[in-house]
Write a protein that binds this ligand. Sequence first.
Ligand SMILES: [Fe+2]
Ligand SMILES: [Fe+2]
Length: 423
Amino acid sequence: MAEKLFPVPLKRIVVDTVPNFDLFIKQKERYVLYRKANYTFTQENLRNLMDNKIVDLYVQKDDLKLYEQYRQRVGDKTEEEYKAEGYSGLFVNPDEVNRYHDIIANYHSIDTRVFVEGMEIDFSIYDHLDNDVHLFPEMEGKPEGPWELTPNICSYKKEIMIQKSDLLKYKAYVEKMMASVSGGDEKALQRKATALREMSKMVVQDVLDDPRSGEKIKKVGGAVNNMVGFILENETSYFSLMTISAHDFYTYTHSLNVCTFALGLGSAISLPKTPDLEMLGLGTMLHDIGKSQVDPQLINKPGRLTEEEFKAMQDHVTHGVNLLKEHHKLPEQVLQPVAQHHEKLTGNGYPNGIKGNQLSMFGRISSIVDIYDALTTVRSYKKAFTPFEALSILSKNEDDYDRGLLREMVMTLGKQIKAAAKD
Ligand SMILES: [Fe+2]
Ligand SMILES: [Fe+2]
């Protein structure tokens, strides 16, 4: 066995190419030949290695020259160039990026806590792993439902998705699950919260698909009022009940989280339920509605945006305000979170760079909770910050945000995290 082996990042070996050198993997401090030279490196190989959490492959010292030539042949791009294009993580291959977009366009992420053992579902479920979706084994070979929810499904901890075309069936299931809840214990509360969240996510998705429909905005209003009621009833524990630990940065999940944090903060500073919290809730739930007008490839780009892309993305604010003004009659305050959630007190925000007193209370709340959720959510190319890390990042830029609100946010989250830790 070769004594001198050198690591090369797995992401530098491109699917469907033929490396002309041996590839090794390291297993328990030993190098093992993985793929002999001159065999195609397949999608299957990539998935297999990723499943085993392999990040680096190894090549023999004598083969390093061949590896360099291979890189020039297949990649002809440097790490920097890939980064500039926004490809990071394992998404070096444009096909992988397309695959990622396909999944987001056709599948909807659901919360596994909605499943109750023994109940039946009539829609297929998929796990979302390594940039692919796989049908659950319970459903294989049995194309027609209904399928019973097994302990395996109910205890599944990673992300589950359903096909978007099954959303109505899913909604009916959530309603049935909700109706079966009885009693007021912890479990019943958690189920109620889960149902509320899943319903809210769907109404937001509906409005993003059809942002001009008055009826859909009305449904968002209904969901928000239910959330306001729930948060006021469960002031000390809404955080663990209502926020979603998102597996990725989907606009519907983000909207729901931003709305939840805003309502928590709003109730902490004693804003009245009607109309203030209800308007704040509706405005924050709709705050990114303008994203429906931006190219989905940009919205869900699995990597950092280039400067040009970032500018196009910023237009979502103006699109959102225009959409709501043109097609819906909503109180001015509902528009404030939409218009101001990316503005900063220092004037360093967008789109208008307004500062200080020009930012409304709703705008100030939205700007804090929006960035907080963005920081604490996993994205395909970055890890999530912990609540503590996120708050210290906000505190480092405290001139950008309302100091009093930021302090309130720290206290509120502190209380909520403590309550969640007790569970
Ligand atoms: Fe936004
Ligand atoms: Fe946002």
